[in-house]
Design a protein around this ligand. Sequence first.
Ligand code: AGP
Length: 606
Amino acid sequence: MISMCGIIACVSKEKIPILKTILNSLKKLEYRGYDSVGVAVIDDSLFIQKEPGKIDDVAKNINVNGIFAKVAIGHTRWATHGKPTQKNAHPHSDCTNSIALVHNGIIENYLELKKELLAKGHVFQSETDTEIIAHLLEEELKETHDFFDAFKTMIKKIKGTYAIAVVSKSDPEKIFLAKKDSPLIIGVGKSQNFAASDIPAILEYTRDAIILHDGEIAVLTAESVYIERNNVPIEPKVVKVLWSPEMAQKRGYPHFMLKEIYEQPIALRNTLDIPETELLNAAQTIVDAENIIFIASGTSYHATLHAKNYLIRHLKKPIYSVIASEYDSLKSLVDDTTLLIPVSQSGETMDVIRALNDLKERKANTLAISNVYQSTVARLANHVIYTQAGPEIGVAATKTYTSQVAVLMLLSYTASFLNGSLEQSEYHKYLEKIRKIPVMVEKNILNSELQARQLAQKIKIAESSFYLARGQSIPTAMEGALKMKEIAYIHAESYPAGESKHGPIALVSENFPVFFVAPRDETEKKILGNIEEMKARGANIILVTEAGSVAIPRADTTFILPKMTLTIERAINLIIPLQLVAYYTAVERGYDPDKPRNLAKTVTVD
Ligand code: AGP
């Protein structure tokens, strides 16, 4: 059983209605998984409650205000193997019901450990890999009476990836933590400490965080944090989190996704405000490399395509974008002259981590782009640039995507300037235009909103759709189609418009929605022919274009943006109507856009 989940733990000096805190924090982690939910509270006894379902539904059956205690843990789960049943939900316990634990990751050697434990008479309640940890601890406690010693021995026995939080009746005012490859942070509060998979979970209680690193284990009490690695104590390094709790709330928007679409101007303004030396240094690494490989998944991969397409033309050296899970095909190209650019919003996507770890061994230089401070991908790289989009809770990436595009294109222009392919005066004109992008985006969202809503009402009954573009807009069509698929569950296929007549057009019949991303660049006239081909088959033409486009009279619905000239302006602006259409189509079809089925925000399995 593999899980990809969110964990939370809290230890307080005084007794508090602790499940209120745990469930509140779990809500902020629900994006990591929402198949089942569970909590455990240590008081005079150990109390565990867990159920399949979403947090709000499960919380109805929990006495949230009636349980006062000092220590509790919680878990929200996303299962990839096996069903999300009550028994498989976390927390898991031992045979004596004295230990409770939550886990995010995979225990790879659980089958052999389980065999040994079964032989010793342990009885298992679930099919999970996680449950063996509780029984291993129970077994170790027979040898030692010190729970921390038992915990350390247990950690040595398990192989795989994990963020673990354990509580025990034998040491009831402590939380025991261990981390390897799955994210885990500690929140340092006043007479209260926390552990969580991600920062938004603790923001309401504290902004002082400690990022745990691989191989570290920790013990929390209400007033202390102890960390060690290889039996050697480590001085905890507290960092101030700049995200405010409000940034992770909905602020009146019906969904996080819509709020995050509206946050794009501010996310872009903050992201584009990169200190000059940081920008120049990063751009220099691009210039110095003999070949460059972008590594990313999903939406982040689409963001890399914009930069790759631009850089290939301007730097005239081999540049690739690879889907992280398919990095193997480019392995032989990597050596010490290569620059790897992993791009990951979360910085915890396992496919990206695996690719980076493997390729790095070939002595390549690395420049990470991530939205999460000190994320695994950020820590693995030699250089990092953080997008400043703030926390993104909606599973569908919106503001982090446009922020990635902003950083990648700004870096691309700066690298072109440094290598002489973009003249200084031109570069400065570009920077001037880039400064105006946040305001453009603000207007674009407001102008597109109503039309997106109306269009959603018309296309909500569609079963399938096309997203077509040419040249530099192809990544935008790919991203628009992904948004439609993942939240509205309408099949959406993106294709280079010129290629659509070589097969996909066979699917088109009366009213079939075909989105055209058609800016007024060098492809403007050519794409007109593709629009006519689709129109001739009765397609419903939805056009995202710029003022004055020759295609406007040929479309059924048109999103008209102002005339633009730079790739960065187009890449950021043309996607916005498509984000809004996907959002409103999901809502019209009765789906929750923040929690698309079968998906999790951060994919920590490969
Ligand atoms: C985005 O809408 C998707 N949910 C997904 O494709 C995502 O972009 C992908 O999993 C990569 O995530 P990352 O940027 O955190 O690495």
